[in-house]
Design a protein around this ligand. Structure first.
Ligand code: ADP
Length: 322
């Protein structure tokens, strides 16, 4: 393989730049050319690509976001859209593509490969950590660090005023960020989409254990929790405790931004490197991930089809330590 392309696609996550850097540097060491396309699949369809040399990826390993930018591209969901993208790749002599993104991006990559015989490898880049087949996705640990830092600050003010705070973190379908943030920030409770939220149980806990012994607290709510968002849950709890002051903070997009932490930089470097070597050795239609301390190759089909599962042990830990 002499020429590959790289895109960052879907939701951005801290560490995507480090992954692009690893892809470019590994490929150039292997005498491959690299073209970076802007704005994910949109750039492929608009033929908006630039050659990337090892010098073009200097000074980006520590930067959040993605310098290639990312996008959600509806046209790529259609066979016609993917045919345009494939033709653009072909006319540049590009035979392989590294896609850094989440499960939507991998679905698109799989179809592109199957329909047009372009070799693809996926690098898991999402703050949600919800991809099956890898212990960690690029950006997740940084997002948790950001959320924990914010919750620590909220705790200071909660304790100063006898307040119960509901802090909403990202996670429309997955509670990974909420769970780890809750453990690291010593939250009194964590509500996540993977487990049914019982408001009555929460109220019982607050009335007994909590009300007697404490005067302030933090409950972490994943945005996709089945009990509603943090505002809904706070309203329901407030109705039971008219004398308490409940407050809500929605952390929102600050969780996506910021410098990637060392863990994510190293993870992105390993996975970007592995993705290029995989393409060069003829692998196709796989995601590179980590399991334990090993880099692994997971068929895209499985990464897309299955969901990463929450550790029951971590759920018990929240309860045990709250
Ligand atoms: P993520 O990769 O973070 O899960 P999205 O779900 O938004 O983000 O997907 C990113 C892009 O991947 C979409 O904008 C679209 O271009 C492409 N994509 C997503 N789902 C499909 C699909 N079912 N078929 C083809 N392309 C898809």
């Amino acid at each position: 393989m002499k020429h590959i392309a790289v895109v960052t696609s879907g939701g951005d996550s801290p560490g995507m730049n480090a992954a692009v850097r690893a892809v470019v540097r590994t490929a150039t060491l292997q005498d491959m050319e690299v073209t970076g396309f802007h704005r994910g699949y949109e750039g492929l369809m608009e033929d908006d690509g630039i050659p990337l040399t090892r010098y073009d990826v200097r000074n980006i390993i520590h930067r959040g976001g993605t310098f290639l930018q990312t996008a959600r591209c509806a046209a790529f969901r259609t066979p016609e859209g993917r045919a345009i993208a494939a033709e653009n790749l072909r006319k540049r002599g590009i035979e392989g593509l590294v896609v850094i993104g989440g499960d939507g991006s991998f679905t698109g990559a799989k179809l592109l490969s199957e329909e047009h015989n372009i070799k693809v490898m996926g690098c898991p880049g999402t703050i949600d950590n919800d991809l099956f087949g890898t212990d960690y996705t690029i950006g997740y640990q940084t997002a948790v660090d950001t959320a924990v830092e914010a919750v620590d600050k909220i705790r200071d003010t909660a304790a100063s005023h006898n307040r119960l705070f509901f802090v909403e973190v990202m996670g429309r379908d997955a509670g990974f960020i909420a769970l780890r943030t809750g453990i690291a920030a010593g939250a009194e409770g964590v509500l996540i989409p993977e487990t049914p939220t019982d408001i009555h149980r929460l109220v019982r806990y607050l009335k007994t254990d909590f009300q007697k012994k404490r005067r302030s607290g933090i409950i972490i709510v994943a945005e996709g929790d089945d009990g509603g968002g943090a505002y809904d849950i706070a309203r329901k709890v407030q109705a039971e405790f008219p004398d308490w002051e409940t407050k809500v903070t929605v952390l929102g997009h600050i969780q996506r931004g910021g410098k990637p932490n060392a863990f994510d930089r190293i993870l992105a470097s390993r996975l970007g490197h592995a993705a290029v070597l995989a393409l060069q050795s003829g692998r196709n239609l796989e995601m590179v991930g980590v399991q334990g301390s090993e880099v692994v190759y997971v068929p895209l089909e499985q990464a897309i089809k299955h969901h990463a599962t929450i550790s029951p042990y971590l759920l018990e830990l929240v309860d045990a330590l709250s």
